[in-house]
Design a protein around this ligand. Structure first.
Ligand SMILES: Cc1cc2nc3c(=O)[nH]c(=O)nc-3n(C[C@H](O)[C@H](O)[C@H](O)COP(=O)(O)O)c2cc1C
Length: 197
């Protein structure tokens, strides 16, 4: 199997590729899910950053990035993400593959369910990034969300976790999403690295 050398430098999705994970949590729920994600994705090196402790430059070294956040008030970013947001908008996501997971409450805040995922997705796409890990809206009860993909309305831009109402489903959802990400990363690498067999 031959890999195009230049492209391989651009995105190497071997198990040794480091994944940069950046997350924020107000009351600890996203924190818990993040720990579970890292534990479940044990065959990769996931370098975890709390978003209140980073600068835009910290994103540079990662080609594969995972963003985690909760949504607060009526569709607002988690508070640390809110503070970082202006700087986040300066990041160039060209050649970066990004997956997003969001925590929210589909019953209490059904008009704004995981809106934060959509807010971050818009920046990533606008700044040249590719988003993987789209997640079906099926099975959730909510009325609206800016995390719904335009033109693919039966999917969110990323994983939706409702720890407030459906914590019993969180492990299973996370496990499925990680498997999906692994498969998508593999196929992204095949497409973009021009692998010749
Ligand atoms: C005051 C308040 C406002 C909230 N606003 C939203 C919202 O607009 N959309 C949503 O999906 N969830 C909303 N939630 C639910 C939180 O996102 C959810 O509880 C989440 O698990 C918190 O995660 P964290 O502890 O990591 O911050 C809200 C919760 C509270 C208490």
């Amino acid at each position: 199997m031959l890999l195009n050398r230049k492209q391989r430098v651009t995105l190497n999705t071997t198990p040794m590729e480091e994944i940069g994970l950046f997350y924020g949590s107000d009351t600890g729920c996203t924190d818990d899910i993040t720990k579970d994600l890292v534990a479940q994705w044990s065959d990769a090196t996931v370098v975890v950053h709390e978003i209140d402790d980073v600068s835009a430059a910290d994103f540079d070294r990662f080609n594969i990035i995972i963003l985690g956040l909760s949504t607060w008030y009526d569709g607002d970013l988690q508070s640390d993400w809110e503070v970082f947001f202006e700087e986040f908008k300066t990041i160039d996501f060209t050649n970066k593959v990004v997956a997003i997971y969001g925590l929210g409450d589909q019953i209490g805040y059904g008009e704004y369910f995981i809106d934060g995922v959509g807010i971050l997705a818009e920046v990533v796409l606008g700044n040249g990034g590719t988003i993987i890990g789209h997640w079906p809206i099926e099975g959730y009860r909510f009325t609206d969300s800016v995390a719904i993909i335009e033109g693919k309305e039966d999917h969110f831009y990323g994983l939706a976790i409702d720890h407030d109402n459906e914590s019993q489903l969180s492990d299973d959802r996370l496990e499925k999403w990680i498997s999906q990400l692994k498969a998508e990363l593999q196929s992204y690498a095949v497409t973009h690295n021009e692998i010749a067999v």
